[in-house]
Structures are given as structure tokens and as C-alpha cells.
Design a protein around this ligand. Structure first.
Ligand code: ADP
Ligand code: ZN
Length: 596
């Protein structure tokens, strides 16, 4: 954390300096401008001066050798006027000729004041100098010339992360422990003739601990950890990305053995497709990365770890031997993993004895490590706000809801009509699910608005699934469309509230056809297109058929949802009315509607 603060402080300083320079620049421009305006008032044209000299109206003329301005004093006037001449020589000749006719006129020819002239020159260059300085500082801020943030070099506690701080992920740690060995004893492996890997790609959703595990490798091997994020390049000036990559590796070579971590590598390493604008900028950065990866010897023991959650986006060139030829998937934690993570993050928190972490792990299927750590932190905040001595079960439940469905919005005014619609919509989801074999049990139904939704139906999910059957997917769609079906059947009207359900259901249907090969007519074929040219292998009849099949799956699910609700219309009415009365119904209350 302290490095981030340092970086922030540094940025603040730069911003301060830039602002001061800007203010000075504006002031100087201002002075020049005002001075210019004043001078303008006193200015006369050369033609007028010419005429006036001939007309003998002029008392005195002042000129500076090498200068271009002429100061004129008129007879009977106090204020002096000025004019500019392109070339002094012909003007002086003219004045000399006039002196014969008008000897009264005084002519003063000054030698220039060296010091003043020098100072004036500097002053006129000042805005330019300031601009250059300003540009330079902006470049600095953008990261040009930045050496790359070095963690663990001069900082003491930065790579104190150890494998023990990474909960769960045992297999992955086992796979990566080898890297620690490489970093610690490179000689041992080299003597054996073994090539030390250069690049390892970590695949996984955000928050699954990819950065954490990379830091832990550096920590265990006691080597510096330097990092950058692919997304940092997106807003950069042309050419900066590549130079940044070069500097990062320059640094790495200096401090090797070390770990270089590139987060969100897909931002720079996505497929090179065209040569236009931002993309060609990305290509330069990617090319530089490839050059660097190929450039260092494996004896230099720099190990590059890169993280992404979109492996399919990566340019294949990155995955060639000698580059990122090893890939490790970092999955979202399973039941045991979640329990371990919860244990780790409750260690330093006061927590009530009746909280069963195993049960909580069961209730948080799909949560990543980051979300679990966030959950406990939220719970601690909620407990403090509720003046509890320790974190209670209810604090954790509130925190889970807050994270999964957004914050409760008590003060949003909901019209009776909207309430009724929401009640039937949510009751529809819940009742339909009850009659579907594969669907999870309902845990809570509510018509209190949360986040963006008008209400919600929460399900109990305490099973980690690795495979999902076709029936399960079909029934999932039915449950999703149960909301819309209830609106239609009970109120004979439909609302926009079902848009997300419909989107998700359609997505499932599409994946069933194009990814899981579950369509009867198309069979087990993958229609997911990775490369633009792959589209060409499928004719129009196939793409039409995909559309038809997706539509059919969704239609069937919608009909089934309506059928279930028509068959159990009394229960639907009862649940909806109960919701209108109580706003929230628990699992037990809901189940009581089904006992005969
Ligand atoms: P990623 O790089 O995959 O997006 P991070 O490594 O940045 O995720 O994880 C974010 C935070 O989540 C970590 O700092 C840590 O607090 C927590 N975290 C994630 N996974 C784990 C884990 N397996 N064990 C302990 N903490 C974890
Ligand atoms: Zn819904």
C-alpha cells in the first residue's frame, strides 16, 4: 500500500508544479498582452510620422541602433508616441534630409543597452521555455522516463507476501513452487541443462488472487517484484507503451533475479487484427514485449508472470515457446477454498462464535477471494454501525445481500402499481423454481428495491458445480422467465422489469447451441467464432438455424413457465399477496404455501 501512496504523492507534487508553472505562464502572457495594448494606444503609423516630419510638427526623434522602434515627441505635446520602421537606414537618410530644412528638430541616436537587450530577449523566449517545461512534465506524468515501479528493491515490506497468505489454491501453489526454486537456485537447474521458463500466464477472473500469488512467489524467493498493468497503456501517447515496456525490462535486467508481473495483459496482447489508430499503437507495445521476451537469456532469471481473464483474446504469438509457454488457471475458490479464505480474513476480526464459516462458505458459491475479503470487511463496517461488540450473523447476512443484490433502498417511493407488478414478478420466479427439479431452493423473496432491481428472489446455492446438464439449463431458463410469465398471467400486462432475465435466458440458449453443442438439429458442433475468417466456414443456413434454435429454446421455456403458473395460480396469488403485505418472505414462510 505504501508504494501506491508514494506514487500518489509524487503525482500530487507534479500536479502542483505544473499548476504553478501554468499560473506563471498565464501571468507573463498577461503582462505582455497589457503592455502590448498600452503600446498600441501610443502608436502612430509610419506614414503619419513621415507626413508630420515634413509638416515640421515633430520636436524630437529617438532611435536605437539595431532597433526597429522610433520614439517621437510632437511639438506642444507631453506624451511620446512610437512607431515601427522595417529598416532604420532609409528612415535615417530621410530624417537627415529633413534636418537640412528643419534644424530645430532633435535627433537622438542611442547605442543599445546590452544588458537590457539580453534581458528582453530572454523575456520574449520565456513563454516558449515554460511551454517546453510543461510538455516535459506532462510526459513525465504519462510515464515517459519512468523507470517502472520497483517493489521490494528499497522498500522493506513490499514483498512480504508468502504462500501462507494465499488461501486455498493448493494445486496451483504446488505448480508454482517450482518457480520459487528456479529463482533461488538458478545454477542448480542450469548445470543440469534445464531451461528456466521465461513466461507464465495466469488465467482467471478478477479477484481470484493472481496478483497475490505472483507477489507470493517473489516473496518466497526473496526477489524484487516489479509490475505494470496493460490497461495503463490505453490512454497513453503514441509510442509510450513500447518505451514503457523497454524500460521495465531494462530495470528487470538490472535487478535480476526478479519477478516481472504484467496485469491485464490482454489490453496490450490482444490479437493484432488491423493497422488502424489505437490498435497499431497496441501492436507496437505488443511487439516490444515480444522483443523483450525473446531478448533476455533464461540465465538472467527474470520470470515474467502475466495475468488475464480473457485468454481467448491473446495474440497467439505470445504463447509461443520461449515466451508465455506455461499457463496456469487460477479458478474461483471452491467450497473448501472459500472456507480457507474466510478463515484467513476472520483471523484479525472480532467475530461471533455462532458464525459457522463452513456454512458461510456454502452460501457464497461463486465468490472470489477478493469478494470474500470484501464481504468480511463490509460485515465489520456494518457491525460497527450497529454498535455490535463482535460481528454478528445478521451483519454478515446484510453484507452478503449488499454485495450480491446491491444496497437496500428504503426511501425510494414505489407506487402501488409497481409494487404489485414486482410482487407478481418475484413470486413468479419463486413459484416456478419450486416445481423445477434441478433448481435451487428459494432462500428469500423481497419486493424492497435494491441496487437497480425492484425486488429479488434469492436462492440457496451450496453446491459447487463443475458440470451443468441440459435439463438444468432448460429449467434455469424457465425459472428466469417465470417473472415475465407471472406478470402476463396475473396482470395481463408485461413490464421492462424482466429485461435482465430475458437477456440471461437468451444467453443460456445461445451458449447451449453454439458452445455446448446441445442442439438437436445442429449437433455437437462449436459455433463460437474466434477468428473473423472462421465465420466463412459456416454458411447462412447454419447461422439462420442457430437463430431459430435459440428462439425455440427460449419460446419453449416461456411456455413452460406459463404452464406451471397456470397450474398453480392460487399459490402465485397467495405468495404475491403475502409479499405485498410483508415485503420480504423467508424460506420457511414460502415453503408453508406448499404444504397441503
Ligand atoms: P487478481 O490479480 O486475480 O485480480 P488479486 O490478487 O489482486 O486478484 O486479489 C485481490 C485481493 O483479494 C487480494 O489482495 C487478497 O486480499 C484477496 N484474495 C484473492 N484471492 C485470495 C486467496 N486465494 N487467498 C487470500 N486472499 C485472496
Ligand atoms: Zn426477474
Amino acid at each position: 500500500m505504501s508504494k501506491q501512496n508514494n506514487k500518489k504523492k509524487k503525482d500530487d507534487k507534479v500536479i502542483l508544479i505544473v499548476s504553478i508553472i501554468l499560473i506563471i505562464a498565464i501571468a507573463i502572457f498577461g503582462i505582455f498582452f497589457i503592455k502590448g495594448q498600452k503600446d498600441k494606444e501610443k502608436e502612430i503609423t509610419y506614414d503619419k510620422l513621415y507626413q508630420d516630419i515634413i509638416a515640421k510638427k515633430v520636436e524630437k526623434i529617438e532611435m536605437t541602433i539595431g532597433g526597429s522602434s522610433v520614439t517621437v515627441k510632437y511639438i506642444g505635446e507631453d506624451e511620446e508616441k512610437t512607431t515601427h520602421v522595417n529598416s532604420l537606414q532609409p528612415f535615417m537618410e530621410f530624417v537627415n534630409s529633413q534636418l537640412l530644412e528643419n534644424p530645430e528638430m532633435k535627433v537622438d541616436l542611442k547605442t543599445p543597452n546590452q544588458f537590457l537587450a539580453f534581458f528582453e530577449n530572454i523575456l520574449s523566449f520565456l513563454p516558449t521555455i515554460l511551454l517546453v517545461v510543461l510538455m516535459f512534465m506532462i510526459f513525465q506524468m504519462q510515464g515517459l522516463g519512468e523507470k517502472g515501479k520497483v517493489y521490494g528493491e528499497n522498500e522493506d515490506n513490499s514483498t512480504n507476501v508468502k504462500f501462507a497468505d494465499v488461501a486455498g489454491l493448493d494445486e496451483e501453489k504446488n505448480e508454482l513452487i517450482e518457480i520459487v526454486d528456479f529463482l533461488k537456485n538458478p545454477k542448480k537447474f542450469q548445470n543440469m541443462g534445464a531451461k528456466i521458463p521465461k513466461g507464465i500466464l495466469l488465467y482467471g477472473k478478477p479477484g481470484t488472487g493472481k496478483t497475490l500469488i505472483a507477489k507470493a512467489i517473489a516473496g518466497e524467493a526473496n526477489v524484487p517484484f516489479i509490475s505494470m498493468s496493460g490497461s495503463e497503456f490505453i490512454e497513453m501517447f503514441a509510442g509510450l507503451g513500447a518505451s514503457r515496456v523497454r524500460k521495465l525490462f531494462e530495470k528487470a535486467k538490472k535487478i535480476a533475479p526478479c519477478i516481472v508481473f504484467i496485469d491485464e495483459i490482454d489490453a496490450i496482447g490482444s490479437r493484432r487484427t488491423s493497422n488502424s489508430g489505437a490498435e497499431s499503437e497496441n501492436n507496437q507495445t505488443l511487439n516490444q514485449l515480444l522483443v523483450e521476451m525473446d531478448g533476455f537469456e533464461s540465465s538472467e532469471t527474470i520470470i515474467v508472470l502475466a495475468a488475464t481473464n480473457r485468454p481467448e483474446m491473446l495474440d497467439k504469438a505470445l504463447l509461443r515457446p520461449g515466451r508465455f509457454d506455461r499457463q496456469v488457471t487460477i479458478p474461483a475458490p471452491d467450497l473448501l477454498g472459500r472456507e480457507e479464505i474466510l478463515k484467513l480474513y476472520t483471523k484479525d476480526k472480532k467475530i461471533s462464535k455462532d458464525i459457522d464459516l463452513k456454512e458461510l462458505a456454502g452460501d457464497t458459491a461463486g465468490f472470489t477471494g477478493a469478494e470474500l475479503s470484501n464481504l468480511l470487511n463490509e460485515a465489520a463496517i456494518i457491525a460497527t454501525r450497529n454498535n455490535h461488540k463482535v460481528i454478528e450473523k445478521e451483519d454478515i447476512e446484510t453484507a452478503v445481500k449488499k454485495i450480491t443484490v446491491g444496497l437496500e433502498k428504503h426511501n425510494r417511493v414505489v407506487s402501488e402499481k409497481d409494487k404489485k407488478l414486482t410482487a407478481y414478478h418475484e413470486a413468479g420466479h419463486a413459484v416456478v423454481s419450486k416445481f423445477l427439479e434441478t433448481q435451487d431452493n428459494v432462500k428469500e423473496i423481497s419486493i424492497i428495491p435494491r441496487g437497480l432491481t425492484g425486488g429479488y428472489t434469492m436462492y440457496k446455492t451450496n453446491e459447487d458445480k463443475y458440470y451443468v446438464s441440459k435439463t438444468e439449463l432448460e429449467e434455469k431458463m424457465i425459472a428466469l422467465l417465470g417473472g415475465r410469465a407471472a406478470e402476463k398471467i396475473a396482470l395481463n400486462d408485461i413490464s421492462t422489469g424482466a429485461s435482465n432475465d430475458i437477456e440471461v435466458a437468451t444467453g443460456i440458449a445461445r451458449d447451449m447451441i453454439t458452445v455446448y453443442g446441445m442442439s438437436n438439429s445442429l449437433g455437437p458442433i462449436s459455433l463460437k467464432v474466434d477468428e473473423p475468417y472462421e465465420l466463412q466456414i459456416f454458411g447462412e443456413d447454419i447461422t439462420d438455424e442457430v437463430g431459430n434454435q435459440v428462439k425455440e429454446l427460449v419460446d419453449v421455456a416461456y411456455v413452460n413457465a406459463q404452464k406451471i403458473l397456470i397450474d398453480h395460480i392460487e399459490i402465485l396469488h397467495k405468495v404475491a399477496h403475502e409479499l405485498l403485505e410483508k415485503e420480504t418472505i423467508s424460506e420457511q414462510e414460502f415453503d408453508s404455501f406448499f404444504v397441503e
